[in-house]
Design a protein. Structure first.
Length: 71
């Protein structure tokens, strides 16, 4: 996790073997709940949060759209 240009980024690295032909967006979406839980840890900062999965075997970063519940 890091802050760049006023945005908290949470990047989860996955070492699972994937290919460029796989739908990496759908695969990344499987980890949405996990990243949402991580994002809750930083909610108190008041910064926008972006999350992503980095698939190491494909060298691809896939961002995940999140809606944080601010109740």
């Amino acid at each position: 996790t890091f802050v760049a240009d006023g945005v908290r980024w949470i990047v989860d690295y996955k070492s699972m073997p994937v290919t460029d032909q796989q739908d990496l967006s759908s695969l990344a979406a499987l980890f949405s709940q996990q990243l949402s839980s991580y994002a809750q840890l930083f909610q108190h900062e008041g910064l926008p949060v972006k999350t992503a999965i980095l698939f190491l075997s494909a060298g691809k970063l896939v961002t995940i759209e999140q809606a944080l519940n601010e109740d």
